[in-house]
Design a protein around this ligand. Structure first.
Ligand code: NAI
Length: 341
């Protein structure tokens, strides 16, 4: 099997614990990976570097692939989000988050199979804020035709490749007529011209959230601008067992970063109880992406082995605390390793 160099950012909070667990499982499954470890986030600051060191950005540019733990962002003050900076600087414009029911995890819903595609580079995440006058502050929502059209094209191409049936845009173009209006205009046009065989609908996001929790089965792929994608990802995570089980990818034309949807979970950091599954699932997505990119079928076999092993572990009731089980991070990782076939 070919050796692959992949950048690893352990991140903050629970990040180092879960990345260690995932590294261990990938090695046991036979993935030939040479990790190029770099820092980002509060951990980088603690080591005396910038919050996002240039060497980290350069390493990802060079290797075009990273697995990333969560990075903490201070609330209401302090440095800008490392996560957002990375996505913007590397132009990782498509965030993909599959939300699926898993064996052995009982929730209010069954057979959830949703894909969330989030525009990852603009909207209110542009971070253009200013104080107009004391007591009056403003935040700018940015939408460009280029970014709206490219995420729509990406989403429809993804739908075609994965044989998905329908894309629903959740929007608020009744109020934000220009920005969200441009987002739906672009999606509508891409569908009309290039993908008439994929069903397409537009739903105002507030009613869309109600429909999602009442009857998620009516949706297939959800396409959203940046902030809505962030919020709806966590909402949908709640349908399948929580943030411990939803993976993600940030993909651009020149590389990708794979990371869980969840954050650094400061409330449980350092306790050895975080669920490594969302990051493990992200690493499975990463192996599939790399297999496609490099034409390396062995990677696909490794990712299938890992997926089968964690599904077996869950089905046998091997779960971390967040899922109602009693295993810590390492014990769950071991349960997966023990079930690799
Ligand atoms: P969070 O996702 O870190 O935590 C929310 C809740 O889910 C907490 O109760 C936490 O314990 C639980 N949780 C999250 N992941 C878990 C896991 N793997 N296993 C078990 N329980 C888990 O969200 P929060 O508290 O809003 O944010 C904390 C920090 O993370 C903030 O600084 C935020 O900016 C950052 N963040 C970073 C992200 C990234 O790096 N991509 C994404 C989201 C938040």
């Amino acid at each position: 099997m070919k050796n692959h160099q992949i950048v690893l950012l352990p991140g903050d909070g629970i990040g180092p614990e879960i990345t260690e667990a995932v590294k261990r499982i990938l090695a046991a499954a036979g993935a030939q990976i040479e990790w190029v470890e770099r820092t980002a986030g509060v951990s980088a600051l603690t080591e005396g570097s910038d919050v996002l060191p240039e060497s980290t950005v350069e390493a990802i540019r060079q290797h075009k692939l990273a697995l990333k733990g969560p990075c903490t962002t201070p609330v209401g003050k302090g440095f800008a989000s490392v996560n957002v900076q990375l996505r913007k600087r590397l132009d990782l414009y498509a965030a993909v988050r599959p939300v699926r029911s898993l064996p052995g995890i009982k929730t209010r819903y069954e057979d959830i199979d949703l894909i969330i595609i989030r525009e990852n580079t603009e909207g209110l995440y542009s971070g253009v804020e200013n104080e107009v006058t004391p007591g009056v502050v403003m935040s700018m929502k940015v939408a460009t035709k280029t970014a709206c059209a490219r995420i729509a094209k990406w989403a429809f191409r993804y739908a075609t490749q994965r044989r998905r049936k329908k894309i629903t845009v959740l929007h608020k173009a009744n109020i934000m007529k220009m920005t969200d209006g441009l987002f739906i205009d672009c999606a509508r046009e891409v569908q009309r011209v290039d993908y008439p065989n994929i069903a397409y609908e537009e739903v105002i996001i507030d009613a869309g959230c109600m429909k999602l929790v009442q009857d998620p089965g009516q949706f297939d792929i959800l396409l959203l601008e940046n902030l809505y994608g962030d919020v709806v990802s966590d909402l949908c995570a709640g349908m399948v067992g929580g943030l411990g089980v939803v993976p993600g990818a940030n993909i651009g034309n020149r590389g990708a970063i794979f990371e869980a949807v969840h954050g650094s979970a400061p409330d449980i950091a350092g306790k050895g109880i975080a669920n490594p599954l969302a990051l493990l699932m992200s690493s499975v997505m990463m192996l599939n992406y790399l297999s496609d990119r490099e034409g390396d079928r062995d990677l696909l076999r490794v990712s299938e082995r890992i997926k089968a092993a964690y599904n077996r572990a869950l089905a046998e009731g091997q779960k971390t605390l967040d899922l109602g089980g009693d295993l810590g991070t390492d014990a769950f990782a071991q349960a997966v390793v023990d079930r690799l076939e």
